[in-house]
Design a protein around this ligand. Structure first.
Ligand code: SF4
Length: 248
């Protein structure tokens, strides 16, 4: 079983418990304008490499002592890893066999069968939620909120860990209405934690390298979120019973 990745990062501490290695899988159907990994959407990105599942698992296992000591392990991210579900399953099976914890970060807008392919292989889902209004979600990302929510609700009953990841962009979703909707949804799905991911412009150079213009600039949401606004959003979630981290 082979798949395509575009990056591998070691010693990560914000993408699941303990010390982790994160493999970034190529491909994503969404087009979030704030995306900090725009190269993940490029089929011909020079850093893309095709790799066999057993080779990637072996490469990830080089940091086994750190994983085992810290309760850490391996996170599959992207891009959207669940566009390569059989490859994910083959990698995670091997990681599980070595005693590592496993996590997957997903945007959720994939066929339900992709989650089914990973049944029993994932300790923690980091589940991105971009917006809670279907029309706005479609307009901003090109994706279906209905599908994202259907997959989230289905996961909620399956027993693995589930954390909501909320990219927060001023003028787009950093507001009280979105916070209320997130609290409601988290209650419905039994989710206890949310990671706030404040918008930043660190990927600007990548956009320039892609030669397709910079990140969207302009009025309402070109600037990073103000600390006060983030704190207010976090406070609203905490009042709703969620455990909140800023930055994962
Ligand atoms: S889902 Fe993630 S990888 Fe895909 S476009 Fe949005 S931010 Fe980028």
């Amino acid at each position: 079983m082979r798949g395509v990745i575009f990056n591998l990062q070691r010693y990560c501490i914000h993408d699941g418990p303990g010390i982790r290695s994160v493999a970034f899988l190529a491909g994503c159907r969404l087009r979030c304008p704030w995306c900090c990994n725009p190269e993940s959407r490029e089929a011909d990105w020079p850093d893309n490499r095709e790799v066999a599942a057993e080779d990637l698992a072996a490469e990830l296992a080089e940091d086994a002592p750190y994983f085992l000591k810290s309760g850490g392990g391996v996170t599959l991210s992207g891009g959207e890893p669940l566009l390569q579900p059989e490859f994910c399953a083959a990698v995670l099976e091997r990681c599980r066999a070595r005693g590592f914890t496993t996590a997957v970060e997903t945007c959720g807008d994939v066929p339900a069968a992709a989650f089914a392919a990973l049944d029993g292989l994932v300790d923690l889902y980091l589940y991105d939620l971009k917006h809670t209004d279907p029309a706005r979600h479609r307009e901003l990302t090109g994706g279906s909120l209905e599908n994202v929510l259907a997959n989230l609700r289905a996961l909620a009953g399956r027993g693995q860990g589930l954390v909501l990841r909320l990219p927060l962009v001023p003028g787009m979703n950093l507001d009280a209405g979105h916070a209320r909707s997130v609290v409601r949804l988290a209650g419905e799905c039994g989710v206890a934690r949310a990671d706030l991911m404040p918008y930043h412009r660190l990927a600007e150079k990548k956009y320039a390298a892609l030669g397709r213009g910079g990140m969207p600039a302009g009025d309402a949401w070109a600037d990073p979120a103000a600390a006060d606004d983030l704190e207010q959003f976090a406070a609203a979630l905490r009042r709703g019973g969620l455990d909140v981290t800023i930055g994962g």
